[in-house]
Design a protein around this ligand. Structure first.
Ligand SMILES: Cc1cc2nc3c(=O)[nH]c(=O)nc-3n(C[C@H](O)[C@H](O)[C@H](O)COP(=O)(O)O)c2cc1C
Length: 522
């Protein structure tokens, strides 16, 4: 398939991007305690530069005044040399690179243990959600002089980004963080010039933008990431009209692009109705597109970048072709496969993200990034797999995802690999797991694994149960046991009756239970 739109160049501000794909910010949980950049951040980005038009870095802390952050820093000149290396790495394949500027604060820190040490600065404190505050520090209302200090911090950080060689900056004003809270009526009850009317609510980010332009030049590109829609359980969120108005007013400040995300805080975990920046397996992807269409109809003087669950190049291409967006921002698909964009361009298979949320869970726990389909997610190698000089005889027992990935990895490194699976088919728990229609991402993954195996040098033997005698006879150099997990067998009375089955049996034989009376436990 040819992608006629995705790989078309585009100009943002005065810079030319080779295509419409932006690698959206991904914090990988790697930071030095002094805020300097780590090699892991640099190599993570360097590995994701192929066929990317724009790289937006992980959030860089732009102020130190309100607590210590577990992020890379931009708030001091000492960071400039590390940031230069970061920018150079991002540019190594011709992408342009923007540093994302960020200040903690806002109600988001309510949720995260990670931020317990941060002073929870907010626009207004007199809100019901702060009544049951459990954090270490009580929320504090920003005084006007604090806002001025923060504006200056953002501006100086942008100056450092420019000095470090970044092609532009992106201001993070989405989710529940401080700037987003100023733009959300429920959180912003201020009666001074930073609250009340929309112009007032926007004053904080607008003064940041104007300050950056003054310091870095009016041509220095600034992107603005914000909630085009905010579903607040208490009401007073951001509705479509307001989301569009925010876009119009910010665009009038002469920014390079609006990067829009939807957000919801409905306390309904995994609700199908929740507008979310990161849709999971149960939520419809691309839920920002209807908002983008409206925004594009109203905002003509800047470009619109959309995020939220774009996993497939054909859908990304379509959104751009149909004029619903100018750029797509991709995060998780590039976590799962660093060559997602390159593979799309070359019409090659890519390792699909399954929206399983492992990456997000690790990030919010403060751990280092992990991905359930990309074991190499933070590998430091420059390109291609490591290879060995002396091949080993490797036996893998078990043809589920773990066994398949181990077999593929060992084989790619040059070992002689045989994989044994007791079932007649490869895929293990992914096979029943991908049967429900809603789990199509698992089905994509299953196809990916099967195709990769088919094209690899791995010898696959199905319908064969390996035992000790067999292993002794074969005498491999390495034995990898990947026999998977068993469903939990709850020991309740009657468990051994024929009418009690585990989930795998149920899914494999779904038709035979049609119209039966069924109780599901768990
Ligand atoms: C592990 C992880 C870390 C993220 N870190 C940031 C960040 O530092 N700044 C930011 O604006 N968004 C961050 N995001 C959100 C992404 O940039 C993106 O907006 C979101 O994941 C939706 O895109 P996707 O569906 O392609 O993943 C992060 C997402 C993930 C999964």
């Amino acid at each position: 398939m040819r992608y006629n739109n995705l790989f078309k160049p585009v100009t943002i501000g005065k810079i030319n991007l080779k295509n419409r794909i932006a690698f959206s910010s991904v914090g990988i949980g790697s930071y030095n305690s002094d805020g300097t950049i780590t090699d892991e951040n640099i190599s993570f980005v360097r590995a994701r530069t192929k066929e990317i038009g724009l790289i937006i870095t992980t959030a860089a802390a732009s102020s130190y005044r309100y607590g210590k952050l577990k992020f890379i820093g931009a708030y001091d000149d000492v960071f400039i040399s590390g940031l230069s290396e970061f920018a150079r790495a991002g540019r190594c394949n011709g992408a342009k690179v923007f540093l994302q500027l960020f200040v903690m604060g806002g109600p988001n820190i309510l949720a995260d243990d990670l931020f317990l040490d941060v002073v929870p600065w907010v626009p207004s404190t007199d809100l019901s959600i702060y009544k049951n505050w459990t954090g270490r520090n009580k929320p504090k209302e920003l005084k006007k002089n604090n806002i001025k200090e923060l504006i200056d911090d953002y501006v100086q950080s942008a100056g450092r980004a420019k000095e470090a060689g970044f092609d532009g900056v992106e201001i993070k004003a989405n989710e529940d963080y401080l700037l987003a809270a100023f733009l959300t009526p429920y959180f912003n009850k201020r009666t001074d010039e930073y609250g009340g009317s929309l112009d007032n609510m926007l004053r904080f980010p607008v003064e940041i933008i104007r300050g950056i332009k003054k310091l870095c030049g009016s041509d220095y590109p600034i992107g603005f990431k914000y909630n085009v829609y905010y579903d607040s359980p208490e009401g007073d969120g951001v509705n479509l009209d307001m989301g569009i108005k925010i876009g119009e007013l910010i665009a009038n400040e002469g920014i390079a692009y609006l990067h829009i995300t939807p957000y919801g805080r409905n306390n309904v975990p995994y609700s199908l109705m929740e507008p979310t920046i990161m849709p999971n397996q149960y939520q419809p992807g691309n839920n920002v597109i209807p908002f983008a269409e409206h925004l594009k109809a109203s905002v003509r003087n800047t470009l619109i970048m959309v995020a939220s669950g774009i996993l497939k190049p054909d859908e990304a291409d379509r959104f751009i072709g149909e004029g619903k967006a100018d750029l797509v921002a991709i995060a998780r698909a590039l976590i799962a496969d660093e060559y997602w964009a390159q593979n799309a361009k070359d019409n090659k298979r890519f390792r699909p993200c399954t929206k399983c949320y492992v990456c997000l869970h690790e990030a919010t726990k403060g751990d280092i990034l992990k991905c359930s389909v990309n074991p190499d997610v933070l590998a430091k190698r420059k390109s291609g797999p490591d290879t060995v000089n002396t091949a080993k005889k490797v036996i893998v027992v078990g043809g589920g995802p773990g066994g398949i990935m181990s077999a593929l990895t060992a084989s790619m490194r040059g070992h002689a690999v045989t994989l044994y699976e007791k079932n007649e088919y490869i895929g293990g728990g992914l096979v029943p797991g991908s049967m429900p229609e809603i789990k199509y991402e698992f089905l994509d993954l299953l196809h990916y694994y099967r195709e990769e195996l088919r094209e690899s040098k791995v010898k696959v033997i199905t319908g064969f149960k390996v035992n000790q005698r067999f292993i002794k006879k074969i005498n491999p150099d390495v034995l990898i046991i990947a026999i998977g997990a068993e469903p939990l067998n709850i020991n309740i009375p009657g468990r051994d009756h024929d009418n009690q089955i585990d989930v795998f049996t149920a899914i494999h034989n779904a038709d035979s239970y049609k119209n039966k009376k069924i109780i599901i436990v768990g």
